[in-house]
Every structure is written in structure tokens, then in C-alpha cells.
Ligand binder design. Structure first.
Ligand SMILES: [Mg+2]
Length: 414
């Protein structure tokens, strides 16, 4: 499972004029107290990238002060500063010793709303990298990319050539082996990627999520207008035992994980559609002393690994270890607010995350699941066996109309 995400945040942002004289571009605010980079980091963190590196340069002290050593959800942040500008390829080369075998690399001045786990799970064969590409009506500002099958065969140098086509979305999954190809000073986009493409070593996947690059004053304005609203998402709340994994009775050993048919694909559909996915699970086995919370965490980590294999992820697991008949004294509570049918776990997720209620729903296999959803003001749907993917699609049809497309319906007037 790829766990490293690296952000290139060293650029000077000269096209933005005076506003980047005292603030590095990725630290420009979208709203009071919220930097553009905060949003990018939060996206990586919720997709399970726990080792986050920020490669800073221009005004790097500010980046270091804001982020170095911080934790965001389960992720740890480090800032690595370069003293002299070396371009995107040079910046990456300087941190060669830090690179995992495969890692996510992202531009710190653009946002592409995609399922990052899908990018990280593309079968790579002998390729050294895969780029997320976006179709746009006019490639002239960016330069075009030519895709043949799953391979990138050409990068058009001809900026200014108008017309629809694919562009580089600024999000890459790369092999550490790329380090041998990095110049001391130079550009990934202008030098390294075109050369890899000529050798057939670069893959591309077209993605349709919302894309914005804050390099120009008008696009920064648009980001400020649109992103705070776009960052709210509907959520799917999923019970765990009997919905994601087969319920063997107090299931907690990683080796006992058996997926419900098409459960992982259902989660990936939700991820692709831009939904938050939360697990809300009563874990009476902890209350009864059958296993510990640490053992449950190991089980969830195994679920995350196996989800990542297919390009899926869960944003957060909420569990209730309390039970009225608990044998572990501290967990004995008559009717804990978190224990379904009480809605505590759902209400907590609604406080913890920017959830858009419209389109949100729960899927469970017991009446207590459905009741918890209803007490939280959400529709609940009973899974009755078969493909979980079908049930998710039925829930979509019932509560949100036709299945939404990531970014597709979240249009924002520019
Ligand atoms: Mg269940």
C-alpha cells in the first residue's frame, strides 16, 4: 500500500504578482485561516497517505513553520527545504534518500478532485510512473498530452495552441527508480516526463474531477469562490460486519477477513463519486473482552490495505466498544450514545467532516443500523445479501437520483 505523498511547494508564483511577495503560493488563503495547501494535505490524509513530505523553497520558512512536525488525521508532515531553486526534478532529486519504492507526487498549486487511491492502484508493469490527466476544452494554457491506450506518447510543447484535449493534472504515482533520471536542476514536466514517454515508461489515466490551478489571479479568485463549497461532500455510512466483511461472529483477526461480494468495488464506486465513506460499527467484542481495540485497529488496517489494492479507501472508522452487559468494567454503559441504534457515531462523523447532508445515506444489515441513521436524520437502506455494489446503486437511485460523477455535477460558475 502506497503511503507516501509528496507535495512540490517551492515555486515562486511570479504570475500572481504582488500577493506572492510575502506568501508562498500554496499558502495563499482560500478562506480566513485555511490555506490552499491545507486542502491538498487533507485530501492526501483522508486517502490514507500517512507520510506527507512538503518540498519547499521560496519562502520555505513559512511552510516549515506552519506544517513541519504537524499531524493531520493519521498523517505525519515533514517539510524539506531547498536553499537554491532547482526546478521540480531537482527538488525531487534532492530527497532521493527519503523516497518509498512508490509514492504519490503532487503539485502544490493545483487541485484535482480525484480518487487518489485509484491513481495509486493502476497496474504499472514496467512503467516508472502514472499521471492523472484531465480533459479540458482549451489546452493552450497548459500544453497537451497525447495518450495511446494507457501510455502517454507525447507532451505538446506548443503552449498557446488552442483546442480541446488532455492536460497533465499535476498528480502522479511514481517509482523511486525515477531518481536515476532526475537532473540536478530541471523540470519533471518539461524534461523528465517527455523523455520517459518517448521510452514508453509513462502511463496516464484520464479522470474527470474538478480541476483548478491557482497560478493566475483569476483562477485563484475562482478557487476562493468555489473550493469551500466543493469540499463539502455527501457521505455513505456503512455498517461493518455483514456489510463489508462476512460476519463470522466477533470477527477481528486479519486472517478472518472475508469480503462481502463486491464490497470493495462498492467502496471504490463511492470514492470515485466523491463521497466520504465512513464505517460505523458496534464492537461489543471489545466490551466482552474477546479482543482489544488495538486488535480491531489491526483488522481495520488490513481492510485498508486490501481496499487500497483495488483503488478504494475508507475515510474513517468509527466504533462503539460499549455494551450494557460488558465484562470490561469501564465499557459497561446501559445505553451509550454511540451504540446503535443510538446515532452517536454518525453525529460525530457529521461534526468531524464537512458532510453535505443531501445525498448522504447509511447501509446496514440490521434494524438498529437503520434506526441509528433515521435518528441522525439520514435515510438508511437494508442490505439483504448479494452484491453490495448493487445495494449502493439502489441507495443512490433512491436518495440521490442517478449516480453522481465525481466533480461532474459540482459545477461552479467561473
Ligand atoms: Mg452488521
Amino acid at each position: 500500500m502506497i503511503k507516501q505523498a509528496i507535495f512540490l511547494v517551492g515555486g515562486a508564483g511570479t504570475r500572481l504578482g504582488s500577493i506572492t511577495r510575502s506568501t508562498p503560493k500554496p499558502l495563499l488563503e482560500l478562506a480566513p485561516g485555511t490555506a490552499f495547501l491545507d486542502l491538498l494535505i487533507d485530501e492526501a490524509a483522508r486517502h490514507g497517505f500517512t507520510d506527507i513530505l512538503l518540498l519547499s523553497g521560496y519562502l520555505g520558512g513559512q511552510v516549515e513553520q506552519r506544517y513541519h512536525g504537524r499531524r493531520v488525521r493519521d498523517s505525519r508532515l515533514r517539510v524539506l527545504r531547498e536553499e537554491e531553486p532547482a526546478g521540480t526534478a531537482g527538488a525531487l532529486r534532492r530527497v532521493s534518500a527519503e523516497l518509498d519504492p512508490w509514492f504519490l507526487l503532487a503539485n502544490g498549486d493545483s487541485f484535482f478532485d480525484i480518487n487518489l487511491r485509484r491513481l495509486a492502484s493502476v497496474p504499472r508493469g514496467s512503467a516508472l510512473g502514472c499521471l492523472a490527466l484531465r480533459h479540458v476544452q482549451d489546452t493552450s494554457r497548459f500544453g497537451g498530452v497525447t495518450l495511446e491506450g494507457d501510455r502517454i506518447v507525447d507532451f505538446s510543447e506548443k503552449r498557446g495552441e488552442r483546442g480541446p484535449g488532455l492536460i497533465n493534472g499535476g498528480l502522479y504515482c511514481l517509482s523511486r527508480e525515477i531518481q536515476d533520471r532526475l537532473p540536478a536542476i530541471g523540470s519533471l514536466e518539461g524534461q523528465v516526463f517527455p523523455s520517459l514517454a518517448r521510452e514508453g515508461l509513462l502511463l496516464g489515466i484520464e479522470q474527470s474531477g474538478y480541476f483548478i490551478d491557482i497560478g493566475l489571479p483569476e483562477s485563484l479568485d475562482q478557487a476562493r469562490r468555489c473550493l469551500p463549497q466543493l469540499m463539502t461532500r455527501p457521505a455513505a455510512f456503512l455498517d461493518r460486519d455483514g456489510i463489508l466483511n462476512v460476519d463470522h461472529g466477533y470477527t477481528h483477526r486479519p486472517e478472518d477477513l472475508t469480503w462481502i461480494p463486491e464490497a470493495r468495488e462498492a467502496v471504490r464506486d463511492l470514492n470515485d463519486a466523491g463521497y466520504f465513506v465512513f464505517v460505523v460499527t458496534n464492537q461489543a467484542g471489545i466490551a466482552h473482552g474477546f479482543y482489544t481495540e488495538a486488535a480491531m485497529d489491526d483488522f481495520h488496517a488490513e481492510m485498508a490495505r486490501q481496499l487500497a489494492d483495488v483503488g478504494a479507501h475508507v475515510d474513517a472508522f468509527y466504533h462503539c466498544p460499549y455494551h450494557p452487559e460488558a465484562s470490561v468494567a469501564r465499557l459497561k454503559t446501559p445505553a451509550h450514545a454511540d451504540r446503535k441504534p443510538n446515532p452517536g457515531m454518525i453525529l460525530r462523523a457529521l461534526r468531524d467532516w464537512p458532510v453535505r447532508p443531501a445525498g448522504s445515506f447509511l447501509i446496514g444489515d440490521r434494524d438498529t443500523d437503520i434506526e441509528a441513521a433515521s435518528r441522525a436524520g439520514l435515510p438508511g437502506y437494508l442490505y439483504r445479501g448479494g452484491s453490495l455494489r448493487m445495494t449502493v446503486n439502489q441507495a443512490w437511485a433512491a436518495c440521490a437520483g442517478p449516480r453522481p460523477k465525481l466533480g461532474g455535477e459540482l459545477t461552479c460558475a467561473s
